[in-house]
Design a protein around this ligand. Sequence first.
Ligand code: PGA
Length: 249
Amino acid sequence: MKHLVIANWKMNPMSLKEAISLAKEEDKKDVVIIPPTPYIPALQTVVKKGSLGVQDVDPINAVNGPYTSALSPAFLKKFGVRYTIIGHSEARANLGESDAIIAHKIKSALDAGIIPILCVGETKEVRDMGYTKAREFVLDQLERGLDLIKGGVGKIIIAYEPVWAISTNNEGVADDSEGAGEMIQNIKAHLSSSMKLWAQYKIIGVYGGSVGVNNVGVFLKERSIDGFLVGSASLRSKEFLRIVEIVNG
Ligand code: PGA
C-alpha cells in the first residue's frame, strides 16, 4: 500500500495566488492538501490527482438551513472536500476544542462521508512522566474522540502527533521514530482488541510532528506507520515533493 502524505498548511499562505500555485505543485496521487477553508472553492478545480481536505468541521450535518456560524461536513463535501482534520493540538489548545466536541465532529464527518483525521498526542509534561503515561494519555484521547462512532463503518485516519514534536523544524525528532511507530502500533492494537466495535472500520495510522526530508526515511522504516501529516515542510513545495518521492518512490 502506498503511504498517504497529508499537507497541513495551517493558516498559510497569505494569498489565494500563492495557494493556487502551491496546490498545483503539490497535487500528486496519495497526497491530501489541506488549505485554510476560504481557499477551498478555488482549489477544488486545481487539486485533481490528490485530494482536498479541511482543517475543521462542525458537528452539524446539513447542506443548508438555520445554522449560523456552522461549517458542516456535508456542505464542505459539495466543494470537493474528502478529508478533515479534527482535534489538532493547536485547536485543542487555542480554540478550546474538547474531547466531547471532537467526538461529535468525528461522527458528523463520517455521517457526511468525509474521512476524519483524528489527531492525538501527548504534551511534553506527560511525556516527561514516561512512555507508559504517554500511551495512557494517547489511548484515552483516542477512546474519547471515537466515543460516538463505535460499531459503525467507514475509514478513519488516526494521526499521532506528540505535541512536543510539532513545529520544531526537524530538530531532535528523528531519534524518536521507534517511539512513534510503537505508539501507532499501540493505537491499532487498542482498537483491534475490541474487534466488535471497530471491525467494520479501515484504520490508517499516520505520524506528524516536524516531518521533513531529513527524517521521513527513518519514520518510514516503522511498519505501523501508514503515512505522514506534514505541517511546515508542506509550505515549501520542493521539500514537500521530495518527501512524497521518498515515501512513495
Ligand atoms: P509540523 O506540523 O510538521 O510543522 O511540525 C505538523 C502538524 O501540526 O500537523
